[in-house]
Design a protein around this ligand. Structure first.
Ligand SMILES: *Cc1c(COP(=O)(O)O)cnc(C)c1O
Length: 403
């Protein structure tokens, strides 16, 4: 495991302090939620200078906002990027990034297992503007390299994937993409910047659904993309005109959540590992997917490029949805819900969470069993989570024996 102690220490401190002081007012120790849509100027020349970017400042809420700026600065610092810009949701970050750079006739290479919404952009929307999209088998690095070397403008990766936690070797794929001059974009939502730094592995742009681990409390929607100033400015321009701006209240909640990012994610990864070990021992469990397990297909790659294995795992239950429908409602300390990355442990079948947008046939083709359950480990005490799982499995065993 790549555990650079000094790096970790710096991360935790930055998570608390970065982006904050620049925005504070009235000696308040916290960043204000500036709900104002506009900013008034008495000096017409100053107004003009700010509006034309000659002077720093704010003009209109769709473009910039002080609370939003603090959030962007914090993420940018944690991803060690030159610049960051934010969005109203993770999907807005993804779509705005893709539409900023892609033109008719371009070719995109990605993987089959991207987030369901991202997959829809690739299969439904980009073909509409004559962008050719090739989706390689996730985890088949040779196939991905083969497609990239045929020539493409953009390579899009997501690792670990949703919901079967497949791993892509970021450094290897970024290298292949650079050879053909393609832009490399990585969705770092599942790993979070605590566990993975794609920019240091050769990626051009790293993006997040801030709704998940960054916010961490399932109470704010947001997205963010980080990278060089030159690239991020282009995406910012696309977003300020197309309008998917992050709201100040959400920015504040995300900013507040991020102060505890390292503590939360560390606890979530510890809990995820223990839940994975527990599930491995269950007779009614067919398979467990967690990059931290030695049995994971790409455990070695995960170990090389991640500092921790994250809070996400999944498992396939024998008996498919019928068993899932008995097990999940029996859990007391778990939300059965579509979100992930929150402080509460959350369970959901893939068919109603990550891959609700795709058909049963498409799920089958992606190798997602109908009995697959995604688990987002929370920060609760592990003894309680395992006891809860234990009683739910006892209940399932009893119900099955009745049949
Ligand atoms: C949730 C999620 C998204 C989409 O984010 P929203 O904030 O829901 O729009 C994108 N990528 C991954 C990996 C996600 O988990």
């Amino acid at each position: 495991m790549n555990s650079d102690k000094e790096d970790i220490l710096r991360f935790g401190t930055e998570a608390v302090w970065a982006g904050e002081k620049e925005q504070r007012v009235h000696r308040a120790t916290q960043v204000p939620v500036v709900v104002s849509v506009s900013y008034a100027y008495e000096d017409m020349d100053e107004w003009y200078d700010v509006a034309t970017g000659k002077k720093p400042g704010h003009i209109y809420g769709r473009n910039t906002n002080p609370t939003v700026t603090a959030f962007e600065d914090k993420v940018r610092t944690l991803e060690k990027a030159e610049a960051a810009t934010s969005f109203s949701s993770g999907m807005a970050a993804i779509s705005n990034t893709l539409y900023t750079f892609l033109r008719p006739g371009d070719r995109v290479v990605s993987i089959k297992d991207t987030y369901g919404g991202t997959n829809k952009i690739f299969t439904e929307f980009l073909p509409n503007i004559n962008v050719d999209v090739t989706l390689a088998d996730t985890g088949d690095h040779a196939a991905l390299e083969f497609e990239i070397q045929k020539g493409c403008q953009l390579v899009y990766i997501e690792t670990p994937t949703n919901p079967t936690l497949k791993i892509t070797d970021i450094e290897r794929i970024a290298k292949a993409a650079k050879k053909v001059g393609a832009l490399v974009v990585a969705d770092n939502t599942f790993a979070s910047p605590v566990n993975q730094a794609p920019l240091s592995l050769g990626v051009d742009l790293v993006l997040h659904s801030a709704t998940k681990f960054l916010g961490g409390h399932a109470d704010a929607l947001g997205g963010v993309v980080c990278g060089s100033k030159e690239l991020v400015e282009q995406i910012y321009h696309y977003r300020e005109i197309n309008g998917a701006s992050l709201a100040p209240w959400d920015a504040y909640l995300l900013l507040r959540g991020m102060k505890t990012l390292k503590l939360r994610v560390r606890q979530q990864a510890e809990n995820a590992m223990q839940i994975a070990h527990f599930l491995e021992k269950q007779e009614l469990v067919e398979a467990v997917y967690y990059p931290g397990l030695k049995t994971h297909l790409h455990h070695d790659i995960a170990q090389k490029q991640m500092k921790g294995f994250g809070g996400m795992l999944s498992f396939a239950l024998k008996g498919g949805m019928e068993s899932v429908s008995i097990l999940l409602p029996a859990l007391k300390y778990a939300n059965c819900a579509a979100n992930l990355g929150s402080v509460e442990t959350t369970y959901g079948p893939a068919r109603t969470t990550s891959h609700v947008e795709v058909t049963p046939e498409e799920r089958k083709a992606l190798g997602i069993p109908e009995g697959l359950v995604r688990v987002s480990a929370g920060i609760e005490d592990i003894e309680d989570l395992l006891a809860d799982l234990g009683q739910a499995f006892d209940h399932l065993t009893m119900e099955i024996s009745k049949k």
